[in-house]
Each structure stands twice: as structure tokens, then as C-alpha cells.
Design a protein around this ligand. Sequence first.
Ligand code: ADP
Ligand code: MG
Length: 728
Amino acid sequence: MSKLRFRVVESAFEKKASEVTPPAVKASEYYGELVFNREKMFKYLPEKAFEKLVETIDNGAPLDRETANAVAAGMKKWAMEKGVTHYTHWFHPLTEGTAEKHDAFIEHDGKGGVIEEFEGKLLIQQEPDASSFPNGGIRNTFEARGYSAWDPSSPAFIVGDTLCIPTVFIAYTGESLDYKAPLLKALEAVNKAAVDVCHYFNPDVKKVYAYLGWEQEYFLVDEGLYAARPDLLMTGRTLMGHESSKNQQLEDHYFGAIPTRVLEFMKELEIEALKLGIPVKTRHNEVAPNQFELAPIFEECNLANDHNLLIMALMRKISRKHGFRVLLHEKPFKGVNGSGKHNNWSLGTDTGILLMGPGKTPEDNLRFVTFIVNVLKAVYTHNALLKASISSATNAHRLGANEAPPAIISSFLGSQLSQVLEHLENSDTEDFQLAGKQGMKLDIARIPELLIDNTDRNRTSPFAFTGNRFEFRAVGSQANCASAMLVLNAAVAEQLTIFKAEVDEKIAAGKEKFAAIIEVLRKDIKECKAIHFDGNGYSDEWKAEAARRGLDCETSVPLIFDAYLRDRSVAMFESTGVMNRKELEARNEVKWETYTKKIQIEARVLGDLAMNHIIPMATKYQSSLIDNVYKMKDLFPADKAAHLSSKNMEIIEDIANRTIFIKEKVDEMVNARKVANKIESEREKAIAYHDQIVPMMEAIRYHIDKLELVVDDQMWTLPKYRELLFIR
Ligand code: ADP
Ligand code: MG
């Protein structure tokens, strides 16, 4: 091991876990301590302002200036008592991170001093100088500014000395420049459409919420080792590195004992998360070495998503305090599992019904089947779009890699639900025309006794039914869940609206309500059959079968993005009011551009490392072998020397061939980039990066990884997988 590497590795292993003493109090006592939640609103707001704000939060009523001022004053008072000096509008630009610009509360007092000020107008709206956020051409520096606007449905919170106000980020011309604005619109659309359908079964339902429970996977690496890997530092993943002899074969990491140092990190993370009102509940080791998972109790989708963004920021911060770096990249290490973020999703009513779960009466169960079938139909209709919503340059490494769902969207239902749908599809229409509860010979009433299975889990399915929810497993670990959630909720909203129109038409033609519902369901089950697949998603047979079924099987990320702009998708986004064509076009520009930039950075880093680390190390080792060969010649007769040096001669030649290949390929890649960079269209450019640059990077890596196996370990400057992957 080289001196440098040795030092780094040693210091990493020597480090003691810094002790985190949990607060002496119970979690329930500090939960939400840093959140301006209803309890604080009640305490810090005048009664009238409190009532108005609650009305805004619950029912979207507009907020007048007077109330906004009262809310701002209350927030400021609460925050200042907690030592806060600054505030920020916290928003989610199209960068997969969050953005914030901090302003102090201070204003001139007109007497030469300052006072702490925070008015309603500052709470409601800000104009961040955000011209350098990705916007796909919707706004450039010469156009109208963008602004951030308060989202009262997600409570303000404190991080350090700053009051953070969740906001949407939009252009003055109205187009959204973030993930939150279209997510909120999609949630509103699904609320409206689902309430209408609920009314067939229960007229008391006033609101339908979408719920999200995310499961965040991540890796931890020691910060010393991380610092010695320029590829991890710059791209979040290792661009080279031979597999460790031991990695996950023994399956000894999954649910295994959590290393002490890691546990200390987790404890602190959880305490900070709970203070921020994030109901974190589950922690465990994941499949790969150094891979872990964290999951909260599910929450309303918009809030859950804010919490996920917040937790990713917390992880980055707190991991540093424990001598780690957190890797949220979907595939930091080749050959071991990557990280995803399962999105557990369901709909539920204000009357407390989970709409994706079976109930007690036949009516309940018809409602259950209605929602399930509509979700399946939406997922079927928009399967290509849903895949686009989770696709990125980084997630592409994980999908289809025999560890995560394939790059084909299908839905697993399990045997019981499959039987129910089959039964419904094949039963005789006449049975249902009798109508009324007695007329339903559907046997759906039996479902509660069966207790819908969530045991025969199918890990290979990207969209699996798990008892009372669907689990969208294809989402990437570093993604903003809103990208997937806004598509899913909007697609379901569209489908429920179509469904209702079809049912109403039948009712208008004299059909009994439940008979009408069953007729439409039966048609829908037939139409969307192709999306239902309970088999092994990793198998090659499935790929062929899925193509036959007409499901989208595209694997090139730049081409997958095309799904956003197909007429069918645009119609869905526009009819639900979530986004218009202009916004979709702008977003796709951003997606293609981001794709290109990510690959471009990786290609540059790989090229640099190949030329500055790999070739010099390999050549140095090769020279020492050559030296040895010459010395053999001095020592022994020619024949014997040739024999004794034959293995070294092979290695010398092997190194020469590989370094020549690497050098030539790096040159070729630089030239290919130059050509690609001149392409005007962002789409075409991304395609060029995908089709040409990515395969070159893989070819270069192949030879680098082979060299890692032959070059003297003492000369190898980069920490290897066996060091990076095992925390001691
Ligand atoms: P797994 O076995 O897949 O790890 P868990 O039981 O840990 O599943 O739950 C995963 C996530 O699903 C948690 O965040 C949990 O709160 C959430 N969840 C449970 N029920 C629902 C539901 N009806 N809707 C949305 N999320 C849910
Ligand atoms: Mg899960």
C-alpha cells in the first residue's frame, strides 16, 4: 500500500466514534421542537390569524395581507426566542437539491440603528436572484425575474440560526421553475378527482390526501478515504475500482449489526430529524457493505417530500461530524447493489379511509377495487412517462442491473388481488345488473377475511402492491421524489376523471350506479392487463414479453425523456392543470442538459485520473519489472534468464497494451466530446453523450480495473473497494 494511502486508511480506522448522547428526554418531548407547527401557531398567533391560517392550510383559502403580517410576526417571535437571526425562502429548483438565500431580520430603524423586522410580504414572496438556476430557457437574465412564494401547507422550520420557509419557485410569467409547484397542482388534481369518485361510495368525503412514505438508502464512506478518491469527490461515484474479493456474496450485511461509528451517526441524524418533525422510524443495514436505510412513518405527500429533501441535507451535514461522507448516488460502486428510494404511495380520505386498502363491506371493497384498477390503468397509460420521471444519468446505473427494477414499468399485485381482478373481469355482467348490495355476487366481500397479502413481496417489480399502498421502487436515491410523485398523482387524477365520466354516462343511460362502476372496471381491467406482471422482472423473458405487450422498453435515458413531450402526456398534464407544453419543453431542456453535464464531468474526471494516476502508476511498476528483467540477464545465462523472466515479460507487455489502449481511448473520448459539444440541440447532444461517451468510459474503466489487479499495491495511489467498503 502506498504511504499516502496507508496513512489515509490508518487514520480512518483509528478514528473513534464521537459519542452522541441522546437528549435525556423522550423523543415525544422534543419531536417538532424546531417546527412552526399548529401548537406553535396557536401559541404565537392571535386567534383570528390562527383560524385563518388553518383554513388556508386545510382548504387552500387565500390569505389576506393582515393575516400574513400577523403570521410573520408570530413566526419571528417564536424564531427569535430560539436564537434565530436570519430567514430564508427554501425552494427546490430543478437541480435535485434545495436552494436558499439567507437574509437577516434586521432593518433600519430610521434613527441610525436597526430593528428586527419580518413582515408578511417577506413571508409571502421573495425574488431570489435566481437567474442561474436551470430553467430550460423559460427565463434568462434578460427576462422577468422569478419569485418564490410561501407554501403554507408545509410548516416553517429552523436550521441553525435560520428560519426556513418552504416555498414554490415560479417565473413571473407563471411557469413553474421547481418541483414543488407542479407537485402541489398534481396533489390538488388527484384530491378533486378522487373525492368525486369517493362520492359514489361515501358522500361525506371532502378531501383526499396522497400519502408518501419514502425509504432512503445510502452509503457511508470514511472521509479520509473519500478525500483520496477524486472521482467520488467530483461525481459521487467511483469511476474505477476492481471488485473487492468479498463484498455482498455472503449476504452478511443485510439487517446485520450496525457498526458503532455508524450507529452514532444514525442516532444523531434521528434526533435532529425528530426535532424537525420528521417522524423517522426505521433504520437498518442494507444489502451492500456500508449501505444503510432510513425510513419515516408516511405523511401527506408534499410534506413527506419536503422532509425527504431535508433529511438528505441533514445526512450530508451530520455525516461529516462523524468522519463520514454520505453517498446518495444511485450506484457509487460497481458490482454491489446501488441505492434507491422506494416511494410508498397511497390515497386516503379525510374520513380516515385508506383507499388502496380493502374494507369490511362489499361497498368498501368495490371502492377498493375501483381505486386499484384506476391506478393500474393510469400506470399502464403513462408507463413510459413514469419511467421518464425516475430516469437520470445516475439512476441509469441502477435500473436493470439485477438488483433494482428493470427499465420497464409493470405492476406486481400478488396472488389474492390478481384473483379478485380476474374474477371481476370474467364474471357475468348479469350478476351485477341486479344492483344494490345484495346484487353484488362479486365475492369482493371476502377480501377482508383474506387479508390482502403483503408477504409474497416481489423485489423485482418497479410498482408493487403491498397491502394498502403501492410501492414505486424505481425512484433513485438522490432524486427529488416530487418528480415521480407529480407524474403519478397527475396520471391517477386524469384516469379517475375519465373513469367518472364513463360511469356517469352509463348512469345517465339508466344503469344502476354499482353496475355501471363494475362495467367500466371490467373494461379497464381488460385494457390495462399488459401492466400487470407478477413474475421475475430481472429475467430476459420478461424483457421480450414486455416488448410484445407494448410496454415501453427504451433504455437510453435521453430518449426516455421524450415521453414527457408525447401528445398523450401533454394532454394529461394540461387537463389536470399540472403543467403546460411550454413548461414541459423547458423542463426537458433542463433534463437533457443535466444529463450531458453529468456525463461530461465524469468523462473529464476519468480522463484526468487515467492520465495522471493510472498510467504513471502502471508505467512505474512496469519500469521496475523491466529493471528486474535486465538484472536477471546479468545474473543468469541468457536461456535461463529468459525463462525466469517470462512471467514478468508477460506483465510488462500486458501493462503496455493496456496503457496504450487507455491513452488512445482517452484521446478519442476528448475528441468525441469536442464534436458532441458543438451540437446545438440539447436532446441530440445528450444522445451523443449517451451513445458515444458512456461506452468509451466503460472501455477505459475495464482496462484500469485490470491494471489495479497487477500493479504493485504499494504504488497504487487510490483507495480500493476493499478499503472503501468496509467500515471498521
Ligand atoms: P418495507 O418492508 O418495504 O421496508 P415498511 O413497513 O418499512 O416497508 O414501510 C415502508 C414505508 O411505507 C414507511 O415509510 C411506511 O410508513 C410507509 N407506508 C405504510 N403504509 C403506507 C400507506 N398506506 N401509504 C403510504 N405509505 C405507507
Ligand atoms: Mg419497501
